[in-house]
Design a protein around this ligand. Sequence first.
Ligand code: AMP
Length: 380
Amino acid sequence: MKVLVLGSGQLAQMMYLAAAPLGVEVKAVDVTDNSIVNPIDKQLYDHDLAIAIDDADAITVEFEHIPEPLLDLVHQSGKLYPNIQAILTGADRVREKQLLDAKGVANCQHIVIREHAQIAEVIPTLGERVIFKSSRDGYDGYGQWRMSSASDLEELEVIFAGLDLAKLPLIAEKMVAFDREISVIGARDKNGHVRLFDIAENLHYQGQLHVSIAPATDVSELIKQKAEDIFTSIAEGLEYVGVLAVELFQTGEELLVNEIAPRVHNSGHWTQDGAETCQFEQHIRAVLDFPLGSTTTYSVTAMVNIIGCTSFSRDLIAIEGCNLHWYGKTLRDKRKMGHINVVADSYQALASKLDTLMACLPSEYFPMLPGEIKRLKAIV
Ligand code: AMP
């Protein structure tokens, strides 16, 4: 069987690798020119988009910001999973907030700013600590502006003066003093069955995910239940098919949804080495209407992103339980180049493997690791 992925980056590459053992071929669409490429070596196939659509059993996406003409075309084929509404919701923070509010799912207090005059409402409504987020095309902290006190607003207003807010609204969101960031990732199949992976705990630096630990430490039954309820409300609300990621802020026993991603997600990469079925295979299974796989966790896992860096010791793969996943991309500042999954029998064993790993890595590119190793060592 064949799956066509819109987008030809590392997520399409990892879908290809996970699908091959099932006898499923994955091809990718380079959305910059609609050419059809092999997701691993990016070699061009000699057929065009129309033939690839015709040839595919299912079509999916590796990111939500797909040019609308392409998305519409693929939608008309009747083979697109998740559906177009789900993808458009994940691509637009205004739609996303509307869905969450309609489903009664707790999210950060916010205002949708569609005209400049509304900026005056921000401080009276949300206070002085606010994040402004572009409603579309933002990712990894791009398209975001932080206000820490009222005195920042003047400078921000100069930036916002250049934006067409009627066309591209801003979301002003109250800054949340959360305890930690977690994500719940799972799949929903065409019959509405849902299977969730264990919750991952996510460490960000300058708006980018650097490290995930799964299963997250200290997850109460209540939090597990709340995360599952949130996931199910969103997935059912969108009539979702495929893998869906929900990023959450946890404060005590409360959860607020930060963001939803209608696709496989960086904080789910740990499943490649730590879970019985990885998120990429699970997604392929869901979109092709195969039975979903077991999501049981094999091992405590750390996923460490390699960001903007190629200069590390390849000897790291000699560390037991340490697996390198390299994307083969050209180096750019802050670009995700690959990730390392480290599996262990306990959090303490994981901490000591991460210690050994640290010796193979240039520390300036891995600012979150030392603190995390210390935290994991202290877990009894
Ligand atoms: P996002 O692109 O919305 O996921 O934001 C990137 C990162 O910025 C998140 O992972 C958080 O670390 C931080 N962030 C986003 N929104 C908020 C908020 N309302 N309060 C505090 N931190 C936030």
